[in-house]
Design a protein around this ligand. Structure first.
Ligand SMILES: Cc1cc2nc3c(=O)[nH]c(=O)nc-3n(C[C@H](O)[C@H](O)[C@H](O)COP(=O)(O)OP(=O)(O)OC[C@H]3O[C@@H](n4cnc5c(N)ncnc54)[C@H](O)[C@@H]3O)c2cc1C
Length: 421
């Protein structure tokens, strides 16, 4: 039972994948968690192509079998028409880890599933509840006010820790002025859904196809209901220079593309266009007294390597472990949150650096593989093709807080303190 003013261990702002996964994993550990989500789920969201970096979190939530049962399209890898004169090439997830496949998902269904799972695990979730303001005790956040749809008065929820998973609404980041945009990745995306597309055969049927164009690129994401999400991404300046509307630009680029044009030949457009400015950014801080950011609330790289949900899910698992340790030993909060931020940033920056390199379409595939090797495997212990698959799977750069069940977060705090002494 939730009263209008109530106390929780953790309040989570936003019930997207980042928020619901964090909440579910904390509730699973016996904590009293409240998720406040401003929309009514299922709700539309872009970001349909998952990478295997999401799988450990989905497994921790016991969702693996359900994802298979729900019939989401299995994605075993990706096909690329990318770089200098080399035709299509590809990578397979199984080259990188034991996770053979991830999924292509309608986000409305996927996000509703993760939210449902959070409820099953014991988290309280209130939809159509918009968080308005943090509540402070000195400079420490100790709760939030929120407004439920139809109410005139805000309500209060108190918490020991606040997780901001509000995505690009940036509830806390706006308040603290934390968002720093990456000027070289100021893109705009326009997309729609097609029906009747050609599909690859066998385990390539669920591949994301990524095709470069002189001033942008296409994604082609096959979904299980027979539709395909096809989007075009280009720098804002290129769009303005083109003198075309976004729809005109999309059709003109599609008609000149190779692989995506071939795959959409004979297909029909099954929905209206959607568009978003997908500017890349990182927040200057991910944590503070009584609060932490996760998912898009902390950073968004770029749609190019489909890393968004993977980052949110990996961050959620790391944050749940961190918060669990803090709730058991509150005196470690500052150091634990620092470690969380440090690990999250290490992983994030390796992806961001790679995306920037990958955007240079004058390279060939061996050069992309080499870049992945330089980043992940500088001693060259594995073939560079495997390092590339590892980078695109989002299973790289994993630090203890994120994945190693043998290293407990508290041990890291002790080690760090011993190093400092
Ligand atoms: C063009 C484009 C293509 C992309 N393609 C991919 C892809 O193929 N694969 C991929 O993995 N990622 C992709 N992404 C990124 C992906 O969409 C995001 O990274 C992902 O949704 C982040 O999850 P999240 O839980 O952090 O945020 P969200 O999914 O955005 O969830 C945030 C939630 O917070 C709620 N909220 C906001 N403010 C409040 C408030 N004040 N009170 C209560 N609730 C609030 C929102 O309603 C929302 O439900 C793409 C992004 C773009 C822009």
């Amino acid at each position: 039972m939730i009263n209008s003013t109530d106390d929780f261990d953790v309040v989570v702002i936003g019930g997207g994948p980042g928020g619901s996964a964090t909440a579910g994993l904390l509730a699973q550990r016996g904590h009293r968690v409240l998720v406040l989500e401003k929309e009514k789920f299922p709700r539309y969201h872009i970001g349909e192509s998952l990478i295997t970096g999401s799988m450990p979190t989905l497994e921790a939530l016991d969702l693996r079998e359900r994802l298979d049962d729900m019939g989401f399209m299995k994605k075993y890898g990706g096909t690329l028409l990318w770089g200098r004169n080399q035709g299509t090439w590809d990578f397979r997830f199984k080259e990188a880890s034991d996770y053979e496949y991830a999924y292509q998902v309608r986000r409305a269904d996927f996000d509703a599933l993760v939210m449902t799972r959070a409820r099953e695990l014991g988290a309280f979730v209130i939809e159509e509840a918009t968080v308005k303001e943090p509540i402070y005790d000195g400079d420490r956040i100790v709760g939030v006010t929120y407004l439920r749809k139809g109410d005139k008065e805000t309500r209060t929820a108190n918490c020991r820790l606040l997780v901001d998973a509000s995505g690009q609404s940036h509830l806390l980041a706006k308040r603290y002025d934390l968002v720093e945009y990456h000027d070289d990745l100021r893109n705009i995306a326009v997309w729609t859904y097609w029906q009747g597309c050609q599909r690859y055969g066998g385990t390539r049927a669920g591949d994301t196809v990524t095709e470069n164009r002189p001033a942008g690129w296409f994604w082609y994401i096959p979904l299980s209901d027979g539709t395909v999400s096809v989007g075009y991404v280009t720098p804002i300046d290129e769009y303005k220079k083109s003198g075309k509307t976004l729809e005109e630009l999309y059709h003109s680029e599609l008609s000149q593309s190779e692989e995506v044009r071939a795959l959409t030949t004979g297909a029909f457009q099954a929905s209206a266009f959607r568009t978003i400015k997908d500017w890349s950014y990182t927040c200057t801080r991910f944590v503070g007294p009584g609060w932490a950011l996760v998912g898009d609330a902390a950073a968004f790289i770029d749609p190019l390597l489909s890393t968004g949900v993977g980052l949110a899910m990996r961050g959620a698992k790391g944050l749940a472990e961190t918060v669990d340790a803090i709730l058991a030993a509150p005196e470690t909060e500052e150091r634990m949150l620092e470690l969380y931020e440090q690990d999250y940033r290490d992983f994030l920056y390796s992806l961001l650096d790679f995306v920037r390199f990958f955007y240079d379409r004058t390279k060939n595939k061996e050069e992309y593989w080499e870049k992945a090797q330089d980043t992940l495997d500088p001693d060259r212990l594995r073939p560079k093709k495997i390092d590339f698959a590892t980078m695109l799977s989002g299973v790289s750069g994993i630090h203890e807080i994120f994945h190693n069940p043998d290293v407990k977060p508290m041990d890291r705090v002790r080690d760090a303190e011993a190093d400092a002494a």
